[in-house]
Unconditional design. Structure first.
Length: 352
């Protein structure tokens, strides 16, 4: 079904198609058999695994950016995902950058976006997440507002962290988006240690003052750029170990425009933004492999970037990832991609 629907969606602007897709998904969840006909399948039991003390129904998650405001968590989980990451969320609502800000590169099976953390603010997202169905693993991806100076960024992360703590299962600290001015400067070692240290302190405080004795510490992951040098990746490894966080998501979008088939003039006309999809696959896998050699388990690595097939997902897992996430590949392949990865992972586990 998605093969028939995709040409229609690709006639629309990317943002309009995005909103229409979610309307169709919500509708399909209410019609028996429609999700199945679109290629969605429940993950086989053999695909389940335990990571960060959480039981994931499958290793495939939806990356942040697709459901920024946590409006469709229940519907998304019905596609066979093992987990859903919402956000990036900021303390205050913000409209993001001016449109157009999302572009397709079909020849490269890629996207360029400069969304700019457009979201309705963390408070509204928390209200929605309180109403979600139980049993769905949800991550909260948090960032700072555009108007917040970097010297005060930690306050924005703390605000989101405390608000989301009761309603998510893990956190992702996003300091690697290229679409918020100055944000990537927070990837420097000193800044990162400051932010992560404060979040760990706040986590301990949340647990100690909670009335819910069953509340557990929320694992914290750091999302990094694929554009970091080896020396910067070494700093990331040091930060992860010294801060005591759970691990890393590798990687975010890239500002590189290398190895693109789309003409240079078309790409330049699209302007600035982060590139995702197939062109990022090789570099993100390299980063996963580099990190795993320096971050032994149980430290966690989530591989994301260019996963548009079961083969691409297994490549990340072979490189050392514990979990994977998809975004752009889902746009080009549809829900069937998730079930293909889940099945391939179950078979891969049996062989190991």
């Amino acid at each position: 079904m998605y093969a028939l629907l995709r040409p229609i969606l690709f006639q629309l602007s990317p943002e309009r198609a995005h909103h229409l897709t979610f309307l169709l998904l919500e509708f399909a969840c209410r019609v028996p058999g429609m999700l199945w006909s679109a290629g969605a399948r429940k993950a086989p039991q053999a695909a389940a695994l335990e990571v960060m003390g959480l039981r994931f129904p499958s290793p495939v998650g939806l990356a942040a950016g697709m459901d920024k405001d946590a409006k469709h968590v229940d519907a998304i989980s019905a596609l066979g995902f093992g987990f859903v990451e919402v956000g990036t969320l900021t303390p205050k609502p913000q409209p993001g950058n001016e449109r157009p800000r999302l572009f397709r590169l079909p020849k490269d099976r890629a996207l360029i976006n400069r969304m700019g953390f457009n979201n309705g603010g963390v408070v509204r997202a928390v209200e929605r997440l309180r109403k979600r169905k139980p049993g769905i693993i949800v991550g909260g991806n948090i960032g700072k507002n555009k108007v917040t100076p970097n010297e005060q960024a930690v306050d924005d992360y703390l605000t989101c962290f405390e608000a989301l703590y009761p309603v998510v299962d893990y956190f992702v600290v996003n300091v690697s988006s290229p679409n918020t001015p100055g944000l990537r400067e927070l990837q420097e070692k000193g800044a990162l240690l400051g932010i992560l240290g404060k979040l760990k302190e706040r986590s301990d405080r949340m647990i100690s003052r909670s009335d819910d004795r069953m509340m557990k510490p929320r694992p914290i992951l750091l999302k990094i750029s694929p554009d970091l040098t080896d020396a910067q990746l070494d700093d990331v490894c040091t930060v992860v170990k010294e801060s005591g966080i759970a691990g890393v998501i590798a990687t975010n979008t890239t500002i590189s425009r290398e190895v693109l088939t789309t003409s240079k003039s078309e790409v330049e006309a699209m302007g600035a933004g982060g590139l995702s999809g197939a062109p990022v696959r090789r570099r993100s896998t390299e980063v996963v492999h580099y990190l795993r050699a320096r971050l032994p388990r149980p430290l966690v690595i989530v591989g994301v970037g260019g996963i548009d097939s079961a083969e691409a997902a297994l490549e990340k897992l072979e490189a050392g990832a514990d979990l994977v996430q998809v975004y752009t590949g889902l746009i080009y392949e549809g829900p069937g991609l998730i079930s293909r990865i889940n099945q391939a992972f179950a078979e891969w586990k049996r062989r190991k």
